[in-house]
Design a protein around this ligand. Sequence first.
Ligand code: PEP
Ligand code: MG
Length: 584
Amino acid sequence: MTFALHGIPVSKGIAIGKAVLISRAALEVSHYLVEPGKEEAEAQKLLDAFEQVRQELNQLRKGLPKDAPQEMAAFLDVHGMILADPALAEKPIKLIRSERMNAAWALTTELNDLLEQFADIEDPYLKERASDIRQVAERVVKALNAQKKDSLDSADIMSSGDLGADSIIVAHDIAPHDMLRFKDSAFTGFVTDLGGKTSHTAIVARSMEIPAVVGVRHASEMIRHGDWLVLDGEQGIVVVAPDDNLLEEYRKLQALDLKETRKLKQLKHSKTETADRVEIELFANIELPEDAVQALKLGAVGVGLFRSEFLFMDRKQALPDEEQQFSEYRRVVDLMHGLPVNIRTIDVGADKALGAGGSDVSQTGISPLGLRAIRWSLTEPEIFLTQLRAILRASAYGQARIMIPMLAHAKEIDETFRLIEKAKQQLHQRGQSFNPNIQVGAMIEIPAAALVLPLFINRFDFLSIGTNDLIQYTLAIDRADHAVAHLYDPLHPAILHLLANIIEQAKRANIPIAVCGEMAGDPSLTRLLLGMGLTDFSMHFSQLLLVKREILKANVGLLKSRVPRVLKAYEPEEQAKALERLMA
Ligand code: PEP
Ligand code: MG
């Protein structure tokens, strides 16, 4: 039966393909198709893992101290019984044989089915058994992973060619670093139950130019593995099991979309200036060094934001040391051939967890108001100094610049500069070269910083407005929480006032000012930002040409004369009219 689900469109384009369901904890589990002919060996792996867990449970049972609570033994007995029930392995083995799913994937698929059945049970005792089954299954998955050593790796999902290029990932949620691992996999779109427009997962999807819809509440429950899906990343619609007519319509739209993209590519070589000859600089936001290649190809005049934390977010790896960081930063600097590269120091916390492998540093579950970004770096001076030295060393090879996220207090600024000086001294003592006049910039993304802008103007070489966080903090909306996503509004008069004010003050003081939040890459807002006097935009390279197209058509003089009316409009209707006039 055809039905449609609605969510938040975060990355445009139309994807048509079959659903690949990733279960909740499943990003911890490998997903791949076993090679034809290897099904029986895979089934045996599952049986071996069951046997291993059976032995483990027996040993635990035997080793229970005499004074152990009775419940403990009973608990192990229940787990033993669940494990001994042949039904638990039966279905996964069928899935391995018929669908060629790998063992862990087949088991978690069955587990989800079972848990769903338990969800409808009223009896509290039986309901409780659901968690026993989950725990047993998790033990088996662990045993499977131990067999395969490094198999806790979502990069295995759809290892190339396995599922063809027409697969759409459906998940409850995907962590930003997991998205990055999908970069080389063949899939055409993704749908998640959670997430908001500027959650980091959505940002990564956009940079990968993959149609995506997030915040589709119950998508992972309502869509079944293998369902045909049409995903409209422009409208935020997911059509499940589309009929032939619908499919044909969407295929036509998809073809139009591709044509449009080809046309857009022709703008690559034209100069970026408005119709009234105001020169505009377009920079790129990147998450990985190799993104710089695309950025340059599409005409970016520098990297306005290199989210360096993505180098730190692989949960299984130890944090990269100075040499590793230096080589990554230098790679970007080299790729950009002397153009500026703003390396934003680690911004972890909130929806970005820091890799903890081999270290005791963990950042899971840090609130957006918590120990994030520079706040965290200042509490970990050794990690911060290591990063600063690596950036400084890269500055000997090109225009690497330091950009600091989430500053609000003068004393944070003092401490940051103290550590930058210390990093310079350390390099000096080692005799290593760096640019002693490296530029240091601040992100303006906390309302407090926007309200004391002269402090930032006095202390820094350049400023960049992080609208994603500025909106989050001004409107008190967690940007990754779909429950409040409808309140996340870049056009809220408070935001427009803050933006206009920051840009105006910075321009007057003659300090470079850019916007590097998602607003800069939204072509529907280009005219508004131009009208506020913005000349430096930094966005995902996927948006560069769309924004450029708007710039080429715009008349800044006219737009500037129309912005005051937008700013004076506090009533929604009045604002809509003023904006309509601005866009006309
Ligand atoms: C922002 O907050 O607007 C920004 C660019 O930084 P991030 O999205 O990485 O928090
Ligand atoms: Mg930010």
